[in-house]
Design a protein around this ligand. Structure first.
Ligand code: GSH
Length: 238
């Protein structure tokens, strides 16, 4: 069954969490908005009144007649089919919980450059962004990273993967978060990175998963840019 992914075509954004899972599983999928007339299809689907359970915002997928939105919900729905979750319910619930915490983390990264609101330009909220990113770098970045480091440390199956003894979609998302943070906050990450060696090792490990490595080398993997969630403004990384 082919999976249709709908996401903004020019950024990694939240869509990248889904792409990484689909690529790691070598799933049959199409990135609709990157195809011909793709943006029209994305907007038409987003605005369609025929969808009974409509998405609020991209990313969303269409599979087997169903439309599913919300990164954590999409990954929860696809996880078993992509073989990116443990076999037991408790393990699956824990992967989902990790993903929801990553979603909170993503929201806070976004708010470092758009603390006032997403509909205003960064240039119109620079003082607030400086204040917010300073607090993020001093408090929240370290708190989130140490939390995930402790998850690796406490995993009864060892510190190779976040949950159990196999790769899950939470590992892929953690890889993406660390890659994005390295782009957006290189100075802050150089400081806090040494405190979370297990997480940095996880990032390297995920990058070497054969299907992930192939994807990262492909043209399908876009570069980070300053229209994305992870933006590099040197003044916000002092
Ligand atoms: N909680 C949602 C957030 C979705 C979201 O904020 N999508 C962004 C792009 S990354 C968007 O297009 N938002 C439009 C809007 O909120 O109006 C998720 O995790 O999927």
């Amino acid at each position: 069954m082919q999976i249709e992914l709908y996401y903004w075509p020019d950024i990694q954004g939240r869509g990248e969490f889904i792409r990484l899972a689909l690529e790691a599983a070598d799933a049959d999928y199409i990135d609709v908005a990157r195809g011909e007339d793709g943006m029209t299809q994305l907007l038409d689907t987003l605005q369609s009144t025929a969808i009974i359970h409509p998405p609020f915002a991209p990313p969303f997928i269409r599979v087997d007649g169903a439309v599913i939105a919300q990164v954590a919900g999409i990954l929860q729905a696809l996880g078993p089919q992509l073989e990116l979750v443990p076999s037991d319910e408790a393990g699956r619930a824990w992967v989902h919980q990790c993903q929801l915490t990553i979603a909170d983390f993503v929201g806070e990264v976004h708010d470092t450059h758009h603390p006032v609101g997403g509909s205003a330009y960064y240039e119109d909220q620079k003082p607030e962004a400086l204040r917010r990113s300073t607090e993020f770098r001093r408090e929240r970045l370290s708190k989130f990273l140490h939390y995930f480091e402790s998850i690796l440390e406490r995993n009864p199956a060892g510190d190779t993967w976040l949950v159990g003894d196999t790769l899950s979609y939470a590992d892929l998302s953690m890889f993406q978060m660390l890659a994005g943070l390295g782009y957006a906050f290189p100075k802050a990450m150089a400081r806090v990175g040494v405190e979370v060696p297990r997480l940095l090792a996880l990032q390297q490990r995920v990058a070497l998963v054969p299907n992930v490595a192939r994807y990262l080398r492909s043209k399908r993997r876009l570069d980070f840019n300053n229209d994305d969630i992870w933006r590099h403004y040197p003044e916000l990384d002092d």
